[in-house]
Design a protein around this ligand. Structure first.
Ligand code: C2E
Ligand code: CA
Ligand code: CA
Ligand code: CA
Length: 278
């Protein structure tokens, strides 16, 4: 699928957000969007702060609606989560991301880059998730060590035993698990020990405009994560100085517009070939 040109995309109307009938319409449209190939993934680079090199990508879902133009995931993911659509949507993302990663691997001499895919914690309540993910791993033949699943704490506590069970089984397949938006909730610390995460992603709210006090907090969180042998990704890094500061604090990776915007798979392949010539 092609992305709509920036100028053609209509600005999103806030009025639309509240309208219930429109939500229903979106749900109906979303049901058809996968088969109509209106949904696709854009990949944002995740950079190793030590040397500025590309370590991986986060897969972010995009929807080019034929009439409404580009609808942001912050609008359609919650609608999908409230219906039965989040399951197929989530599997589509894993399938697509694993397939794209395989192509990049084949074309670049097996670069050890990883791809990180968002998984709604609503999906953890689906009994089929584990088998579905395993089937996709087998189908795509992707190395599970190069695939990460990102989860936020929302909904995870609705059924913590189930969440722990499913995450544990997913982890056993060799997949990596990241706790997303760390620092935005109120009980995040507990999640680090209760669930088998190996990566935390510091939310941009925590990373941005670090005051002196905030810097103390950041440093402590990074040190704690490292002591738990976790990998740390900082989101929303805005300046080179911040990147250098975060690297000094021991933060492994950064992801923000500073390092690059989300881009379609073919653009990523071009970028990788250019950055890592065979
Ligand atoms: P997220 O997982 O926290 O993803 C990071 C968001 O920050 C993305 O927004 C990305 O485009 C944006 N971003 C990247 N760099 C910067 C920066 O330097 N400054 C700022 N202000 N923002 C930056 P996006 O693509 O609009 O996605 C929003 C959210 O929608 C995601 O937040 C995630 O929660 C959800 N989402 C996106 N794709 C999927 C998906 O395939 N499945 C599920 N379940 N959720 C998804
Ligand atoms: Ca994410
Ligand atoms: Ca995030
Ligand atoms: Ca988020």
């Amino acid at each position: 699928a092609k992305r709509a040109g920036g100028n053609r995309v209509e600005p999103f109307r806030p009025a639309f957000r509240a309208a219930g009938a429109d939500k229903l319409q979106i749900e109906t449209d979303l049901r058809r969007a996968i088969e109509r190939k209106e949904l696709f993934l854009a990949y944002q680079p995740i950079i190793r702060l030590k040397d500025g090199e590309i370590a991986g990508f986060e897969a972010l879902m995009r929807w080019d609606h034929p009439k409404r133009g580009s609808i942001p995931p912050s609008e359609f993911i919650p609608i999908a989560e409230m219906s039965d659509l989040i399951g197929p949507l989530g599997l589509f993302a894993i399938d697509r991301a694993a397939s794209d990663l395989m192509v990049w691997q084949q074309q670049t001499g097996n670069l050890p880059v990883f791809v990180s895919v968002n998984l709604s914690s609503a999906q953890l309540l689906n009994a089929d998730l584990y088998n579905d993910v395993r089937a996709l791993l087998q189908k795509t033949q992707v190395n599970p060590g190069q695939l990460k699943l990102e989860l936020t704490e929302s909904l995870m506590m609705e059924n913590p035993e189930q969440a722990r069970l499913v995450l544990g089984k997913l982890k056993e397949t060799g997949l990596s698990l990241a706790l997303d938006d760390f620092g935005t909730g109120y009980s995040s610390l507990a999640y680090l020990t209760q669930f088998p995460f190996d990566t935390i992603k510091l939310d941009k709210a925590l990373v941005r405009n670090a005051t002196e006090k905030r810097a103390v907090l950041l440093r402590s969180v990074i040190a704690m994560a490292r002591a738990l042998e976790m990998t740390v990704v900082a989101e929303g890094v805005e300046t080179d100085e911040d990147a250098a500061e975060l690297a000094k604090m021991g933060c492994h990776f950064g992801q923000s517009y500073l390092f690059g915007p989300p881009a379609p798979a073919d653009a990523v392949l071009r970028l990788l070939k250019e950055r890592f010539p065979l």
